[in-house]
Design a protein around this ligand. Structure first.
Ligand SMILES: Nc1ncnc2c1ncn2[C@@H]1O[C@H](COP(=O)(O)OP(=O)(O)OP(=O)(O)O)[C@@H](O)[C@H]1O
Length: 360
């Protein structure tokens, strides 16, 4: 239905995303998630032609939207958009807000437009507010009116741009409930959202954006239960990371431990865990650096979940083979103490680097 091909967007020298490819089929509910500022809303605006992509194409039912000959107005009427900020006409009542576009754009006679508008207001549970003005409604009600207004144009797909971000938390569910109903009724929906639980529950495709593009896509189970890539994992599990490249010039245990200590106190590490990190530095990292005899670095990464239930260390060395990291180059006794202090120690090879993984 919608095919996004090699789409890129830049503002002057600022690359927002590049080489985005995505297929959206009829009946899909696609959730677009990712950190703030990664370009989710910009991608949505490029899909419906509100924003012109720098490169690439968006195809909608066989029509190339990026081709200037395409009638954007005609296409937009089949592609509804619901914004964070509702965008209702403040001088029109609820019914008139919903009737407006069908009458003006599709030339539907007034009586028929009113009849249909009432149906859609009923669908979003607000038929008894038809003659209210927007300023008499709560945020959640305004957003449901915005959805009714969108439905009145009989769109083939609805793009939701953070539909609940501007709402008081008590009103989020009433709006998500309406969207969920549309999805159940097989309306094709693309939803940019920060509501992870909702995305997981209602979508059939999840797109995680990061690093100037689509970083990982999958089913909700793939993305939320077992994401493959590191940044997706960090985002989903709300991981905090402390990272440092250590070489022979900055291998100073006092400054290293002072940085680690301030990170650890922020994220609730125990003093026993802190002692283990100190030990790891002395018995594992420092001997490795000493034996390096070059300017090569060792990457140290401390990672923890926000709830503090998992705390891990990754030590990556691109020069060492897997076994060297944990045996021959370093003092066996030191490794034994580390093993005794940590929950789990293992080593693997990732992207040509030997990596020791220690769970504290
Ligand atoms: N007209 C513009 N000119 C320059 N930069 C822009 C413009 N519009 C957006 N940006 C930048 O593009 C980046 C992506 O913005 P966008 O709103 O698409 O991100 P987002 O992922 O939807 O963020 P959020 O989740 O916070 O809404 C941001 O850094 C933003 O500042």
């Amino acid at each position: 239905m919608i095919s996004i091909r090699n789409l890129s967007k830049r503002y002057q020298n600022l690359i927002i995303f590049q080489n985005v490819n995505l297929e959206i089929d009829r009946g899909d509910a696609v959730a677009i998630i990712g950190p703030s500022g990664c370009g989710k809303s910009t991608l949505l605006r490029c899909i419906n032609g509100l924003e012109r992509p720098t490169e690439g194409e968006v195809w909608f039912d066989g029509m190339n939207l990026t081709n200037s000959k395409a009638s954007l107005e005609k296409i937009r009427s089949r592609m509804g958009m619901v914004y964070q900020s509702f965008n209702l006409f403040s001088h029109l009542n609820v019914l008139e807000n919903v009737m407006m576009a069908p009458m003006v754009v599709n030339h539907i006679p007034k009586q028929k437009a009113a009849q249909e508008a009432l149906e859609y207001l009923k669908l979003v549970g607000l038929q008894n507010r038809s003659f209210h003005m927007p300023n008499q409604l709560s945020g959640g009600q305004k957003q449901r009116i915005a959805i009714a207004r969108c439905l009145a144009m009989h769109p083939d797909v609805i793009l939701f741009d953070e539909p609940t971000s501007a709402l008081d938390p008590t009103m989020v569910d009433e709006v998500l409930g309406v969207i969920q109903r549309l999805i159940r009724e097989k309306m094709t929906c693309v939803i940019v959202t920060h509501e992870m639980e909702f995305a997981r529950k209602v979508s059939n495709k999840v797109v995680y954006m990061d690093e100037m593009g689509i970083y990982e896509t999958g089913t909700p189970d793939q993305i939320f239960l077992s994401p493959c890539r590191e940044k997706t994992q960090a985002f989903i599990h709300k991981l905090h990371v402390f990272e440092k490249n250590i070489n022979e010039y900055n291998a100073d245990i006092y400054s290293f431990m002072s940085e680690v200590r301030s990170y650890c106190s922020q994220y609730g590490f125990t003093s026993k865990q802190l002692n283990t990190i100190n030990l790891i530095y002395e018995e594992l990292i420092f001997p490795l650096i000493k034996n390096r005899g070059s300017q090569k670095e060792i990457n140290f990464k401390l990672r923890s979940t926000s709830a503090g239930e998992k705390m891990e260390i990754f030590i990556a060395d691109e020069n060492a083979s897997e076994d060297i990291l944990l045996s021959s180059n370093i003092d066996e006794f030191g490794v034994k103490i580390i093993r005794a202090s940590a929950r789990k120690v293992s080593s693997t090879f990732i992207e040509n680097k030997a990596v020791v993984h220690i769970e504290l």
